[in-house]
Design a protein around this ligand. Sequence first.
Ligand code: PLP
Length: 227
Amino acid sequence: MIEAKIAKNMALIKENIRISAQKVARDPKEIQLLAVSKMASLEEIKIAYNLGQRIFAENKVQEILTKKPLLPADIKWHLIGSLQTNKVKSIIDKVELIHSLDRWSLAEEISKRATELGILVKVLVQVNISGEKTKSGLSSIEIEDFINESRNLSGIKIKGLMTMAPLVSDSEEIRYIFRELVYLSNKIKQNISSEMMEFLSMGMTNDYQVAIEEGANIIRIGRAFFK
Ligand SMILES: *Cc1c(COP(=O)(O)O)cnc(C)c1O
């Protein structure tokens, strides 16, 4: 029963990705679907895995540390929630991508620990476009300087930008947020480096279709996937 539900959810999300991509003449294959498993049981994650899902995301370090050893080794884990400096060391060699780089001290700590381990950690810089106080992330005006300076940190590799839009009933109201993230990304591509702006992680259950229309190439879906 759970299996049928998750299969149906996945099919619906993929169909919606296809429709939204088609609307703006994009190739749906360039859009990575992350299954946000913070509300999912191990059983549900295994079902999604058996249906072909390979990328899962958690917003808490501890969830990845607990779940990862109990699940197939070829799952790629992404950390999408805020990261405390004292947990950096335990997580950086266990994730494919960290979406939530939101302050300089964190960038320094990740780089330092990565260098100790002899690895390069891929990160996205989180931007708080709406300016809501409850959301973390750099402001639009801070972002270019931050990325410029981060080039001195040899243990991290910036791969793009991430944002979270406010919850609204009509996702058209937040289209401007995705547009602003694309604008920032393009500006950085021009002024700094296009290599550092490969990914735009934006779009969740309520707004991923709008995010895809605006250019998202990573979407983070929890409820629509598992509920
Ligand atoms: C929980 C979460 C999501 C997924 O949200 P849904 O609305 O359940 O799709 C995406 N991104 C972040 C950072 C989250 O914490």
